[in-house]
Every structure is written in C-alpha cells, then in structure tokens.
Design a protein around this ligand. Sequence first.
Ligand SMILES: N#[N+]C[C@@H]1[C@@H](O)[C@H](O)[C@@H](O)[C@@H]2O[C@H]12
Length: 441
Amino acid sequence: MFSHKRADFGEDFLFGAATAAYQIEGGQTDGRGSSIWDTFSTTPGNVHNSETGKFACDHYNRWPEDLDLLADGGFDAYRFSFAWPRLIPEGVGQVNQKGVDFYDRLIDGMLERGLKPFATLYHWDLPSALQDKGGWLNRDIADWFADYAVMVHKNFGDRLETTATINEPWCVAFLSHMLGVHAPGYRDIRAAARASHHVLLAHGTAINALRAEGGKNLGIVCNFEVAQGATGKPEDMGAARLWDGIFNRWYLDGLFKGKYPSDVLAHFAPHMPDDFADDMAVVSTPIDWFGVNYYTRGLYEHAPERGAFPLRKVDGPLEKTAIGWEIFPEGLEEILTRISADYTDIPLYVTENGMAEIEGTDDPRRIAYYNGHLGAVLAAQKRGADVRGYFGWSLLDNYEWAEGYDKRFGLVHVDYKTQKRTPKSSYRAFQSLLTGANRSR
Ligand SMILES: N#[N+]C[C@@H]1[C@@H](O)[C@H](O)[C@@H](O)[C@@H]2O[C@H]12
C-alpha cells in the first residue's frame, strides 16, 4: 500500500482518475462522426498490430460500471474528455443529440455518485471533416474550436467542476505534425510550427468565448518532461535545453508570458504563420487553473545529423516502465515547483501520472510508482506549489494510441475479449488511501 495518508495532502485536496474518450468509449455509432484517429489507426503501419479504438473498453455502454469503480475506489473526481465528433459530427454546425444525451447521462451519473466532473474538451480526436479543411494547420480552427467549446458549455457547463480546453498541446502539435507518431501523422517542420501556434491560439480563443458565456474554472492541461544532458558536455546540455524549450517552455512561455522561447523560435520562425506575434495576447489569456501531466525524464545528446532539431534522446540507467520510460518521481517535484516559482500562482492539478505494465492484476511496481510520485506532490507542496489535486492515469487499461492495447496504464484491468473489469492491487492501494478499506461493490 502507500506510505502516505490522505490528510497529508490537505483537507480539500482532490484525488481522481483520468481517461479520454477515444481511448475507452468505442461506441462508433448513434451519429458519432469520423475522427482523425479512426483514419490514422486504420492506416497500416501507424499503430501496433493496426489496433483501433473502434470498441476500446466499450465505455459508451459500460459507463455506469466504470463510474461505480471510481466511487468504490473513494475517488473524489473523474477526469474525462468529450469526443468532439460525437457531439458535432462534422466538427462545425449540426449537433448530434444522441451525443449530447450520452454525456448528459454520464455527467449526471458522476454527480449522483459524488464524483466531480473534470472535463477536457479536446483529447486528440479531431473530427475528420475538419482535418479535410487543414485541421491544426488552418487558423480557422481557433474559431471552430471556440464554437465547439461554447456548445459544450451551453449543454453541460452548469454541471462541470472544471473545464480544460486542450489535453497536451505538445502532442497535438509536435508529436503529431513533426514526429508523425500520432494523428494526423505529419513529419514536417512547417506543419509543426503552425500547429504549435494554432493549438494555443485555439485554446485562448476558446477561453475568451467561454468567459463571454460565463464560463468558470477554465484551464488547460500540458505534459512535461524533465530534460537532462546525457553527459555534462556543453553540447549535450545544450541539446537538453533545446528539448526543454520544445517540450516545456514553448507552452509555459506562450501561455503565461505571452511570448515563445527564442531558442525554439529560431528553428520555427521561417515556418510560423504571418503575424503570429499579434496573437500572443489571446494565447496568454488568463486561466483559472493549470493541469500538469507528468510521466518521466529524458536524457539528450547533441546530434548534428538530425537536421532541424540537432538532438537525440538516449537510453537512461533508471528502472523503466513497460513503455520504456524511466521512473523518475523527483521530476514531478521539479516540474511543479518550477511552474509555481517561475510561471504562475494559480492552482495546479496533476492531471495525469501513471505507468504502463504489460499484463496482470497484481502490480506492485505501479503501487511503488504512484507512492513515489505522490511523495513528489507532497514535496512540491512543502516548497510552495499550490497543488490542489492528483489524477492517476488511468482508471482503466485502454487504447494507448500508437502502442495499441498492449501497454496497460489502468488501475483496473480490462479483458478486451469479455470487457470484464478487474481492480488491480494499485486500485486497492488508492481505495485504502482514500477510504481506509479494501472493498468493492
Ligand atoms: N503514453 N501515454 C499515457 C498517456 C496517454 O494515454 C494519454 O492519452 C495522454 O494524455 C498522455 O500521454 C499520456
């Protein structure tokens, strides 16, 4: 079990678990439109075993059972995402009432079980119809996204505890347009530069639109990695600094300082949208809270042959998870205290943290992972970071994007053949921390 007590985190501290629509819902029916992940995953070579989210965890039908698992575990909150194509199948225009009905039932189900709804508007499943118009490369996406955000607010806003605009803008932009690992699978610096700006412009435009509708408790969720030099050589330390700029400071500086870091802009500048600097006031529109996703650190070395960004990640010596990420809880303390000291004093939530294993329901390594990172939260709080909550990734084993279903992040095991849910020992550890008991309904 964990070596912490719930009271250590503060009386109002929230514990939750997180998921995302495409990774768990399935339910490609009832008027849901196509998303870029439907097309990307069915394109050979993009996803392990060409696995798709067509059925996933069948959460579209099994959501009551999943909400019961959250309630039984003693969790206070549930971080979930709306599927844009389920609500507005073409991305703009006609609303799908069956999609509205689904999320009405889901959110009411959370409230009936005493679970605070922490919503994410966009967790990567862009409507294909918008991709057909250029997707994140088209500046108009800022208005498309803001209109979608207002639609969600008008239908559900009165019941949401918090609303995040975008989940992990680095993944939406750089991972998906520079590295090609995620949908839509571009490998193009011009596409990456434009998406890296438009994703933050869309965030700020939506925040302003939501404020105009009386929206409250608005934020964004960014992912962070502690970037360290593979050696102490200046060129390797420089490579780590550049990656810190690409992964961390592009978003922190853009969102909280209203300017992009010059070291990254030096590479992106020739490809940025015209007059992007005029957008920075919108990009840095004030928000109410900030979500921090953290998993690991990275070691980087100088790699002059690598073109636009002359760096390479190297294998580190620390114990690794099944997805190959080093286990480095100190990094979470570092990130939280850095954001709090250098960028903002608004409340922070750890909106994702967790680890992948391959299989099984007895997961002592995951218990140790969570215990270490919960300790990092406590350490960051002691150093002045206003951390208000922590969400384990993920409630369920689920569709791990380009990794398919093998990499299991769940507190609850899912047998994808039968859709049977089985709480893991890590779920029991949270249940014990949060309720003092090990039980299930
Ligand atoms: N990989 N990995 C696990 C996890 C992914 O499943 C989430 O959808 C993302 O928000 C974030 O990348 C983290």
